[in-house]
Design a binder for this molecule. Structure first.
Ligand SMILES: Cc1ncc(COP(=O)(O)O)c(C=O)c1O
Ligand SMILES: [Zn+2]
Length: 415
């Protein structure tokens, strides 16, 4: 049912069969799946009648057989945020809430569902990845339910929730003394030597396509319309360009009309190679050494940085880099206005949105979708000690009464 016909070099446009190759043998450019769009006849009604998961768009996903996993991944809520909108001075604001993605609470469940299915199709026995945490969680979970061997590589300084969130599924975890860029370099060598299925290295062309589903869903959930602005976090640069690709494909097969949103890139100031390039008018991000609490998006040398810059430029978007303090404030603001607890990647994206509103890039009457891609329960330490303490009482009613009667103000509610 997929319209997949092969892989094509993003740069020189040479075409290749749909195998586990990810760089062009002619120019070393990245390879991406191509589809026979003319063969796709898909209506909004047909999509609406399908199960609410990423595979409702399977014609536009790069598998050749039946999906193997991800039957509950995707179709996360698009939350209309009135209280947050009011706080920002906007009239139409949405959170695309992948903090509740199934099964591991981040946007990575989309890309891994596709990569793991393709890995099975291509005959890989070991599923692996280089990860800043969320990807390892998702790879370990999907490998467990597929009964595949699993080996995840992570930097050795990740949050406890991210480490446990992989360990529970029983993979081999390799904690590397170094940052993500060091981990990724090592994994490229392992992939070459041992032929494991690294979802974000030798399976990257397929993996990245899973991210398009976030764009598909946003349009469907808005009633088959584009928003005017879309704000996406950027780490390795998979998500942002694939959202745009997905949005273009929907137009190409006649499911939506109108102008693509302006797509803006959000990064932490402590690791902002892509936003730096966008703001300096450069095409190629200059690698940086990450130093931020937003560890899930701390990638100093993004694989798809060039593609992010091109996409942002093509849609008329821009970038914003925000401090760790702004990230924590945004995490708290989202929780207190909308009841959504995100991790620093989501805090980064919301803080960047606030910056874009202040700069006048997003105007009060314009619609905006903020992509919240990860869950705050995995990174509790970033807000630990910043939320006030519970009132401590004995179990005696008298004790409660004297505290209640004697309290000076109701500040404890919002401290
Ligand atoms: C929560 C979260 N959001 C966003 C990203 C950004 O990913 P990328 O730009 O690599 O698609 C990541 C990547 O690891 C992540 O864990
Ligand atoms: Zn090429």
């Amino acid at each position: 049912m997929s319209a997949l016909i092969g892989l094509q070099c993003h740069l020189c446009k040479s075409t290749f069969p749909a195998e586990a190759t990810y760089v062009c043998e002619k120019c070393l450019g990245p390879l991406e799946p191509i589809y026979d769009y003319a063969s796709i006849s898909l209506t909004r009604e047909q999509i609406a009648a399908r199960p609410k998961n990423i595979w409702r768009y399977r014609e536009l996903l790069p598998i050749t057989g039946e999906p193997q996993t991800g039957f509950h991944s995707g179709f996360t809520p698009l939350v209309r945020c009135t209280r947050l909108a009011e706080h920002l001075g906007l009239s139409e604001l949405y959170i695309k809430d992948d903090s509740v993605n199934h099964p591991t609470l981040s946007y990575k469940d989309r890309v891994v569902s596709v990569a793991a299915t393709r890995a099975k199709e291509l005959g890989f026995k070991v599923l692996a990845c280089a990860s800043t945490g969320n990807l390892a969680n998702s790879v370990a979970s999907h490998a467990a339910r597929l009964g595949m061997d699993c080996c995840v590589f992570i930097p050795n300084n990740l949050e406890a929730g991210k480490r446990l969130g992989s360990a529970i599924f029983g993979p081999t975890i390799l904690a590397i003394a170094g940052n993500y860029d060091d981990v990724n370099r090592l994994c490229t060598q392992v992939a070459d030597r041992y032929g494991w299925g690294f979802v974000n290295i030798n399976l990257r062309s397929y993996y990245a396509e899973g991210a398009k589903t976030m764009g598909f869903e946003i349009v469907e959930q808005l009633g088959w319309q584009y928003p005017q602005h879309l704000i996406s976090p950027v780490a390795g640069g998979t998500l942002l360009p694939r959202i745009a690709r997905g949005l273009r494909e929907l137009k190409q097969i006649g499911l939506v009309q109108g102008e693509l949103p302006k797509i803006h890139a959000a990064q932490a100031a402590g690791c902002a190679p892509v936003v730096n390039a966008i703001l300096a008018g450069e095409d190629y991000p200059e690698p940086v050494k990450p130093d931020t609490i937003a560890k899930s998006i701390a990638i100093g040398n993004p694989a798809d940085g060039y593609q992010v810059v091109q996409t942002v430029k093509a849609t008329g978007g821009t970038g914003a880099a925000v401090s760790d303090a702004q990230i924590v404030d945004a995490i708290k603001l989202l929780a207190r206005t909308e009841g959504i607890f995100t991790e620093p990647a989501g805090g980064t994206t919301l803080a960047a949105t606030i910056d874009l509103v202040k700069r006048g890039v997003i105007k009060p009457g314009e619609s905006a979708v903020v992509c919240v891609t990860g869950n705050g329960y995995k990174t509790a330490e970033v807000v630990e000690g910043k939320l006030g303490e519970p009132v401590q009482l004995t179990r005696a009613f008298k004790d409660f009464e004297s505290w209640w009667e004697g309290r000076q103000s109701a500040q404890f509610v919002n401290s």
